[in-house]
Design a binder for this molecule. Structure first.
Ligand code: LRH
Ligand code: MN
Length: 430
């Protein structure tokens, strides 16, 4: 890894800001103690959270209109891992990278695994890609993939997913994640029931290739790239398909994949209750699948989702182990800064949710005291847990202020010297 002298930068920061952090921490500890909360217990939970970083998130993203790459764009999976290693070094709660195949297809999985290990990185869920055609591909995915009317296209898509699982096994991953863009743009274009049946048949073939102890995540999405009907369009269909496919098939909730105003925390509660919540793609959105930075627009929604997750964890629901991942497109910011900031916002929502007085809440719910029930949640949400987040990072060798240390490091300017400018201007998310 490029030696930017991280240890020196972090030491300087600890020397300059460590005392202030301790002071803020002690103040928060006293505040929480007055609420009967032991900060050490919360600290232990804060230090245990892990959020995977999307490999495709460290390059500048774009829209169908344009993409404006920044300096030092990573050109291959190795440079993407270098950038993910910086994020892990400074925010510490991102030990795994979620790959996308074939964008990150390794010539040698063993070499890639060793490269990652050297950078204290592992691999999260492997994402397949049957939503675009690769050069020389026999069958086109123009009219779908796992649900395509043509068996040859479905077989090719199933084979691709099996190939992704094989790569994942070699990399030490433990889950496979499937999102398809299959759908139609015109009424009558698809037979809704038969298309879903074909999708389910293909999914069962992928599931049959799943190694023991692996999980399969299926990701629903309301629309895009299809704009009239989408085969796996909402959580209900996703739940049905996960249940029909097998015990180790689960639904993955991408925050941006719902109609405006959908109560996502209630969708999460349903999937938890039905035992089919597999994980998340955290991001934020104002309108559609905007893939904006998690917690940048709706931090209260993110908190309310974690409120459901902590409630379930506190109940000790069997097998409850949701996988946390970011899935964002960074069109106007330095992707490393956005991913670090988003990881911190996910961390913040989780720790705030750990502060909810669940006994009081249950009492207010039982007595239908709506106002005090909301106040109980708001007390946790309005608690500034920044000192707990910073201490978790420092205890793990990271930064008090990751973005400040990153900017002080000049890492982006350094890598830009070694990575020729990315001249690709065309549209597309990556
Ligand atoms: C689809 C999606 C999916 C990924 C892609 C990069 O919108 O959320 O998770 O495969 O983005
Ligand atoms: Mn996603």
């Amino acid at each position: 890894m490029m030696d930017i002298g991280w240890e020196g930068l972090l030491e300087n920061e600890r020397r300059r800001d460590g005392a202030a952090l301790e002071d803020d921490y002690d103040t928060l500890a006293r505040q929480l103690a007055r609420r009967g909360i032991d900060i050490a217990a919360i600290q232990a939970r804060a230090s245990a959270l892990a959020v995977a970083v999307p490999s495709w998130g460290v390059a500048t993203g774009g829209t169908r209109f344009a993409r404006f790459p920044g300096p030092g764009e990573p050109r291959n999976i190795f440079e993407k891992l270098d950038d993910c290693a910086v994020i892990r070094r400074l925010v510490t709660i991102t030990p795994e990278v979620s790959l996308h195949i074939p964008w990150d297809e390794p010539d040698s999985p063993a070499a890639l695994r060793a490269y990652a290990t050297d950078r204290r990185l592992g691999f999260g869920p492997i994402n397949s890609n049957t939503f675009e055609d690769q050069p020389g591909q026999a069958q086109s995915y123009k009219f779908g993939s796992l649900s395509h009317t043509d068996a040859a296209v479905r077989e090719q898509a199933v084979a691709h997913n099996r190939h992704c699982i094989d790569i994942g096994v070699a990399l030490g991953a433990r889950a496979h994640s499937v999102w398809i863009g299959d759908g139609g743009n015109f009424p009558g274009q698809l037979h809704f029931r038969r298309a879903l049946e074909r999708y389910l048949d293909s999914l069962r073939l992928i599931y049959a290739a799943l190694p023991p102890a692996w999980r399969l995540f299926i990701e629903h999405k309301l629309y895009e790239p299809a704009f009239y009907s989408t085969v796996l369009n909402d959580w209900g269909v996703s739940y049905y398909c996960a249940r029909e496919t097998g015990d180790r098939a689960f639904s993955l909730v991408d925050f941006g994949h719902h109609a405006p105003n959908v109560n996502i925390e209630m969708v999460v509660a349903r999937l938890i209750q039905f035992g089919k919540l597999g994980g998340f793609h955290f991001n934020d959105s104002q309108y559609g699948d905007d893939d904006l930075d998690a917690g940048s627009l709706k931090p209260f929604q993110l908190f309310l989702v974690f409120n459901e997750l902590v409630d379930a964890a506190d109940e000790g629901l069997p097998g409850f182990d949701p996988a946390y991942m970011l899935d964002q497109s960074h069109n106007v910011t330095d992707p490393i800064e956005s991913l670090m900031t988003s990881a911190v916002e996910v961390h913040r929502a989780y720790v705030q949710a750990c502060l909810v007085d669940r006994t009081a809440l249950a009492g207010y719910q039982a007595r239908n005291d709506a106002l005090m029930a909301l106040a109980t949640l708001k007390q946790a949400f309005t608690t500034d847990v920044t000192p707990i987040l910073a201490k978790a990072r420092v205890d793990a060798g990271g930064a008090i202020d990751p973005v400040a240390v990153y900017r002080a490091s000049g890492y982006r300017q350094q890598v830009a010297l070694g990575r020729p400018a990315d001249v690709r201007r065309g549209g597309g998310i990556v």
